[in-house]
Write a protein that binds this ligand. Structure first.
Ligand SMILES: [Zn+2]
Ligand SMILES: [Zn+2]
Length: 282
């Protein structure tokens, strides 16, 4: 299991990304469902301070302190700088859990600020937040996970393997390769459709799609499925997961999603997180 998502608009949203043992958002019920996996979580990245995205933090912090399991493991929580309700809530959690048995680090992130998730040799995986538009009262972020990779510079492409090895010996690997970044996961959080550049050529876009019927949309804080499909097309993403779907569509999610896919002539794989089921991706 690479990705586990629970998301029901208005109630609770969280997702667990197992390669880097991290949560993006931590709505109510996250630790209840994660059980032992709650101890595996190393980092939590919060998109914004609405209750349906942060209410589970208290449970997560507390469960790790009191349940059986590795109580020594440190936990890091990151949130958008200026996120007042996240700050207030974390203050409260620290107050009532003054005897924490593990290191809890809390850090406000600026837009674009990078956190290293994983490093092996020259390969590196990092996460960077980007600004999104949700509500006026709450600063909101989406997140991109990038893999920093190396590839041959254009002038060396197509050379036989033997010649490349020879060059590596003579001038060194650094000279003939260049670094590039591949977006492997893009998560919107709650927002109107994110900017195309933020999702551009992502391997997997997880975007909120509160409204499966754009006639239901009031205000300008959330996205409709058609807007997200349009974005996925423009951004040329490789696959798409719709989440944060309103419970009003509970019984017709599949039908409405498929109808939009057909009308918009979408040919990339589209998955969705049903509001009353846990979604997993291997
Ligand atoms: Zn929400
Ligand atoms: Zn929200």
């Amino acid at each position: 299991m690479k990705l586990m998502i629970s998301s029901k608009a208005l109630y609770s949203t969280w997702m667990y990304y197992s390669p880097d043992r991290m949560l993006i958002d931590c709505g109510e019920g996250a630790s209840t469902y994660l059980g032992n996996k709650a101890f595996a979580v190393k980092r939590v990245f919060i998109t914004h301070g609405h209750a349906d995205h942060i209410a589970g933090l208290w449970g997560l912090v507390n469960t790790r302190n009191n349940a059986m399991g590795d109580k020594e493991k440190a936990l890091e929580i990151y949130y958008p700088k200026g996120g007042k309700s996240v700050e207030e809530f974390l203050d409260f959690i620290l107050k009532v859990n003054s005897d924490l048995k593990y290191n809890l680090t809390i850090r406000a992130l600026e837009e674009g600020e990078e956190v290293i998730l994983h490093r092996t040799g020259s390969a590196q995986r990092v996460i960077r937040p980007f600004r999104t538009h949700h509500t006026l009262s709450e600063v909101s972020f989406g997140y991109n996970i990038y893999e920093k990779r190396k590839k041959l510079k254009d002038e060396y492409k197509g050379l036989p393997q033997r010649d490349i090895m020879e060059l590596v010996r003579k001038v060194g690997r650094e000279t003939i390769t260049k670094e590039y970044e591949q977006k492997i996961l893009t998560v919107s959080g709650d927002a109107i459709p994110i900017n195309v550049e933020n999702a551009f050529e992502s391997d997997l876009l997880v975007h909120e799609s509160t409204f499966l019927d754009e006639r239901d949309r009031k205000g300008n804080n959330h996205s409709s499925v058609k807007e997200v499909l349009e974005l996925a097309k423009k951004a040329n993403v490789k696959s798409l997961i719709l989440y944060h779907i309103s419970t009003r569509y509970e019984r017709k999610v599949k039908r409405l999603v498929n109808k939009s896919i057909e009308e918009m002539e979408i040919d990339i794989p589209v998955m969705y997180v049903h509001p009353s089921r846990i979604f997993t991706l291997n």
